[in-house]
Design a protein around this ligand. Structure first.
Ligand code: ADP
Ligand code: ZN
Length: 721
């Protein structure tokens, strides 16, 4: 009897046993379709000794329906899936789903049908059809993607296909990618870079696991340096994965990569078209793909033959996924390197305390690039104490900062103002009655966006038009904006310097790679004088004419729901400061603050990174916070407030009483209502040695909660909202 255990893609079921029909050759890792009730469900054949299955008698076993035409998932990847599920308390099937991230890739035929405008018109025109025809000019994609682009239903588009206005095009999905060449344009490295590069190359050639922290100041040429081990992996025909924190900001990287290696890498991110996804996925699984650059989801792809992993800007919190499987791609990358037996390079100018600690304790190797490339100096940093140097009434920039902006404009240099707040104002209220605009789905204020004339919730995406009258008291034209967002700062700059060309850079204005490329081009050609931006502009950009950075409100990050607020503030300000003076002209950074004596602000002003890390290390050690202790969070939510509260209490009531684990809460989450669900939180603080995940599993498993209650576990949480 030929039976196999299959991890089926259904979180509630886990593993099931099946019979292998004659003539079907499966092995652990094979991707299959298995019958489940009347349906067929995707699954992966798993090693029987690791996955407990349901004891089904031989006679009752159903046969597998189909073996899918993709290479089996390799043992290293199966171990990674097991580890990730275990560590993050997530269902294994949810993790495995991230591996099989392209449904299209699992099918046999190598062509797909896309549609484009035929030039013909439908017999009958409707407003929807009209809309679609206008929006789809020049587009070619699947019906579903076109529906997304045009903002109409798929039904409308099928109608257009039937009427001949849209025509099908067969596309060859799996055409090969252009080849990157290791020796296409080799740079001349500085002595300092050479030394580090040689060590990294040696690590690649050793073909062994090696976690390495590449700690280099902003502008030291970390990218040029890690391109060398990348070239070494290319030469030995092994695959390379480069993880970047924000895919919208990869333009700069792509260009440099192409200059160095003569061809673009494969880009992986969530908004790829399904055909591009399939093509990339299959090339990765077959080993044809050489270099993959992606956001965190690229980490779980089925590389055939990995030789190196690089995590660039490894300290960034966007590597932490906060829904679905809540994992940290930086940490999982290290585990992947461990299972694959390859080096993992974590590159940063402001490493996470956790990573530094690993280096200190000898687990990670640390390589340093202490100076900027080409003799550029790090910028001079100065504080503006807002309690003394006050901005004028209704303004947010202190006179000294305004003066320096003006001086840059006169000299034809660029400035960057950093404020981590999208929109015009974080709060809008009625001048007459004090009514505050709040999101109906979340406990959050609506943020005014003047460009798009909307009040928007930054948590759930709810939007409304600003009303002409107050919904509470009916007073007309009564809305006042409270506090600044980037749009308001841009207005202020325009008032101070009417001739300046100002660009607002946020995820609203730079949502796509194309728009990011446009912005970079404008900034480089000198068509922008002042950039006003959120955390999106803090990293990656290299504008040699940029000589002034102003931090509008350095205290902002210290408020709010971030468990590592001081570290985050330090990293953001140090990174944005690192955009100044990267060319031949020296840079200057002005930091506005109301708390010049706060340790993190003082360390920034003194340019004393070590002082900051030492103080923060002591604070964390004292609090038993990571990396000295461990955190985990449990979030309990329901659409019904009482149900959420009762469930949270029930969970709190059965909290384990263990010496090395403390449970705090339940308490209403800071965001007590999110997307229409009421939320309660418990925070777990444990000793490093504690088996937190086991304790949580044992704690939650026996609970019998109402169906409307959702419980999610967040291991090593970052955000406390
Ligand atoms: P980091 O990522 O460390 O902030 P970058 O990799 O962006 O620094 O390098 C800063 C600038 O210096 C970039 O424009 C880069 O192209 C340039 N650069 C760095 N090293 C070299 C080199 N060896 N040869 C030529 N240009 C270099
Ligand atoms: Zn909302």
């Amino acid at each position: 009897m030929n039976r196999v255990r299959v991890l089926v893609f259904n979180a509630a079921l886990g593993a099931l046993d099946y019979r292998v029909p004659d003539g079907m050759a499966v092995e652990p890792g094979s991707v299959v379709l298995a019958p489940l009730g009347p349906r067929r469900i995707t699954g992966v054949v798993w090693d029987e000794d690791v996955l407990p299955g349901a004891p089904v008698p031989d006679a009752k076993l159903r046969p597998l329906a189909e073996l899918l035409p993709v290479p089996p998932l390799r043992p290293a990847l199966r171990r990674l899936i097991e580890w990730t599920a275990d560590y993050y308390c997530a269902p294994m099937s949810a993790v495995a789903r991230m591996v099989l991230a392209s449904g299209g890739a699992l099918k046999g035929p190598a062509t797909m049908t896309e549609y484009r405008l035929s030039g013909g018109l439908p017999e009958r025109m409707t407003p929807q059809r009209d809309l679609a025809l206008a929006a789809l000019e020049g587009e070619q994609a699947t019906i579903r993607e076109l529906a997304g682009i045009a903002g109409v239903s798929e039904g409308v588009l099928r109608g257009l296909v039937n009427q001949g206005a849209l025509e099908p095009v067969e596309v060859d999905i799996d055409r090969p990618y252009p080849q990157a060449r290791a020796d296409f344009a080799e740079p001349v490295l500085s002595a300092e870079q050479r030394e580090v590069a040689d060590e990294l190359v040696a690590a690649v050639e050793a073909r062994d696991f090696a976690p390495i922290l590449l700690d280099g100041v902003t502008g030291s040429g970390k990218t040029e340096t890690y391109f060398e081990p990348l070239a070494a992996a290319l030469r030995s025909e092994r695959q390379i994965l480069v993880l970047l924190p924000e895919i919208a900001l990869t333009e700069n990287f792509l260009r440099r990569f192409e200059e160095r290696f003569g061809a673009a890498p494969i880009v992986w991110h969530s908004s790829l078209k399904s055909t591009e996804r399939r093509r990339a996925w299959r090339a990765i699984a077959s080993g044809e793909a050489q270099v993959v650059v992606g956001a965190r989801s690229a980490l779980f792809l089925p590389y055939a033959n990995l030789g190196l992993i690089v995590v660039d800007e490894a300290h960034e919190i966007s590597f932490k996924q906060d829904d679905g499987v809540r994992y940290n791609a930086r940490d999982v990358a290290v585990m992947r390197g461990h299972f694959e037996q390859v080096p993992v390079v974590l590159a940063s100018a402001t490493p996470a305390l956790e990573s530094l600690q690993m280096a200190e304790s000898g687990v990670y190797r640390k390589l340093d690039l202490p100076s900027r490339f080409g003799g550029a100096e790090l910028p001079a940093i100065d504080l503006i104490d807002l309690t003394e140097e006050k901005p004028e009434r209704g303004r947010w920039l202190a006179p000294r900062l305004a003066h320096e902006l003006f001086a840059r404009l006169e000299r034809g240099e660029q400035s960057l103002l950093f404020l981590n707040r999208r929109g015009y104002a974080p709060l809008t209220l009625c001048r007459n009655c004090g009514f505050r605009f709040q999101c109906p789905n979340c406990s959050a204020w609506l943020v005014e966006h003047r460009f798009s004339q909307r009040l928007a919730c930054h948590h759930c995406g709810h939007e409304t038009e600003p009303p002409a009258t107050c919904p509470e008291c009916g007073e007309p034209d009564c809305l006042v904006a409270c506090g600044p967002g980037v749009e308001r700062i841009a207005d202020e700059v325009a008032e101070i310097m009417p001739d300046a060309r100002v660009a607002v850079v946020t995820s609203d204005t730079l949502g796509s790679p194309e728009r990011a490329a446009e912005f970079v081009e404008m900034a480089e050609s000198g068509a922008i004088d002042v950039i006003v931006g959120t955390q999106l502009v803090t990293k990656g950009f290299h504008f040699p004419e940029l000589t002034l950075v102003g931090v509008v409100d350095a205290d902002l990050g210290l408020e709010g729901g971030d468990l590592r607020a001081a570290e985050r503030t330090y990293q953001q300000v140090a990174q944005v400061a690192g955009r100044a003076g990267r060319g031949s002209k020296p840079g200057e950074v002005l930091i506005q603050t109301r708390h010049p004596d706060a340790p993190v602000i003082a360390a920034l002003a003194a340019g004393d990174r070590d002082a900051f890390y030492e103080a923060e290390t002591e604070a964390r050690r004292h609090a038993g916070a990571p990396p000295f202790g461990r955190w985990a969070a449990i979030i309990v939510s329901s659409e019904d407030e009482a149900e959420a509260r009762d469930a949270a209490r029930a969970i709190g009531g059965t909290a384990p009483r263990l010496e090395d684990i403390a449970v705090l809460g339940p308490a209403p989450a800071p965001l007590a209502l999110l997307r229409g669900r009421y939320r309660y939180r418990l925070l777990i603080n444990a000793r490093r040695s504690a088996r937190v995940q086991d304790a949580i599993r044992a704690w939650l498993a026996p609970l019998d909660l109402p169906r409307g209650v959702r419980v999610s576990v967040d291991i090593d949480p970052y955000s406390f909202v």
